[in-house]
Write a protein that binds this ligand. Structure first.
Ligand code: GLA
Length: 390
């Protein structure tokens, strides 16, 4: 039994008692998006992969009338009576699992009185989908315990809905999809309009994936995120004058000239240009990765960041410092922000012989320029959500 599972089990019995009745265990990973940012809610392409860290959930029917929530990450605990409809608890981590339990209840699948213990090793609010991983792990567990028998894709959609409605973050589908469908050593090329996907082997040879955390508090992320979504909707409205489209991604890179013609608002035009060019970059990135052209893949990552900074304006001094200082270092093929932006993490492809130099140089430069300390992770790419036997 791994250390994490042993610790969870001890804590589970400590909190909820009855060592003779073993709980069941589920795991859902966090994700890092390699390229394709702010395209998912525009019906575009994304290319994320699941990480080897995420959220664990131990759960057991308690035969009572309450659902009890606890976690090894925070001291805050809750006990909520089983109901047919749940209400949001102000400013609580419990909203993520409760929102999912609420979505199942709406479908007629009531989670009986149960004891839940979570543990997450994804850094919170760092843009690595700690939220999607806690939603997906809850969805897998509730699906099994209530006998709902929903397909994985429905758990993904249900979790996204819980985050949109219950948590109030109007996210797209990428994070929950990656957490659900991740495959070891593969990235997921997903069309967010049709939900068709392909697992592409992530073979980086002498290069490593490095995630660097700005450790910048998220602050306004949610409101700025929703603002960007509204700007994209506006762009669609303008483009309707030219042809009926359902989303921005129905406009191809060969049609960029249309933007100047039909979008009079400079800001809206920049947002649309990012989405359309980013879709083009994802298509090329997938192609060059299959051809083993990691150098070109890195260039596309760099272009993606520049577009997110200039056109989409979701970066900021912290992310830009990591990226532009990173690019000065030998062996860094590509480096960009990942996730919603404004803070959170960058993802970089760094030659194995230069990883130490990258970490040392960035540690110094980042603190000098921002006064903050960066954290570094060298993740491996793992599988998606499911039950773990132990
Ligand atoms: C967040 C959202 C995703 C996606 C990214 C930006 O992670 O949860 O749906 O929109 O931002 O690409």
């Amino acid at each position: 039994m791994s250390n994490i599972i042993e610790r969870m089990l001890e804590s589970f019995y400590g909190k909820y008692g009855d060592r003779n009745s073993k709980p069941v265990l589920f795991f859902s990973p966090g994700r890092v998006n390699l390229i394709g940012e702010h395209t998912d809610y525009n019906g575009g392409f994304v290319f994320p992969c699941a990480l080897n860290f995420g959220t664990y959930l131990m759960i057991r029917n308690n035969g009572g009338k309450n659902i009890r929530f606890s976690t090894l990450n925070f001291t805050e605990e809750h006990s909520v009576p089983v109901k047919e409809e749940y209400k949001r608890i102000e400013r609580s981590w419990v909203n993520y699992p409760l929102g999912v339990i609420n979505e199942f209840a709406k479908l007629g699948y009531l989670l009986p009185g149960s004891d839940l213990l979570f543990y997450g090793d994804v850094p919170n609010g760092a843009g690595l989908s700690s939220s999607a991983s806690i939603e997906m792990v809850t969805a897998c567990a509730v699906n099994e315990i209530t006998g709902a028998g929903l397909a994985l894709i429905d758990l993904v959609k249900l979790s996204q809905k819980a985050e949109n409605i219950f948590v109030g973050m109007n996210c797209g589908i990428m994070d929950q999809f990656a957490s659900g469908f991740g495959k070891k050593d593969h990235a997921i090329f997903l069309n967010c309009d049709t939900l068709d996907y392909e697992n592409v082997p992530l073979i980086l040879g002498d290069y490593s994936l490095i995630i660097t955390n700005t450790n910048k508090r998220r602050g306004l992320t949610d409101s700025k995120y929703n603002e960007r979504r509204a700007e994209c909707d506006k762009a669609v409205e303008y483009l309707q004058a030219y042809r009926k489209i359902r989303n921005l991604s129905e406009t191809g890179t060969d049609e960029l000239a249309l933007l100047n013609k039909y979008i009079p608002d400079e800001i809206v035009l920049k947002r649309a240009r990012h989405v359309i060019t980013e879709n083009g970059r994802v298509l090329e990135a997938v192609k060059v990765l299959k051809e083993n052209n990691i150098a070109r893949f890195g260039e596309l990552m760099n272009q993606s960041h520049d577009s997110l900074r200039g056109d989409y304006e979701v970066t900021g001094i912290e992310l830009d410092t990591l990226v532009y200082e990173g690019r000065k270092i030998a062996g860094v093929l590509g480096t960009r922000m990942t996730g919603a932006g404004f803070g959170g993490c960058t993802v970089s492809i760094v030659h194995k012989d230069h990883v130490e130099e990258y970490i040392n140089t960035i540690t110094e430069a980042y603190t000098r320029k921002t006064g903050l300390n960066a954290d570094f992770y060298q993740p491996s790419v793992g599988n998606g959500s499911g039950r773990i036997e132990f």
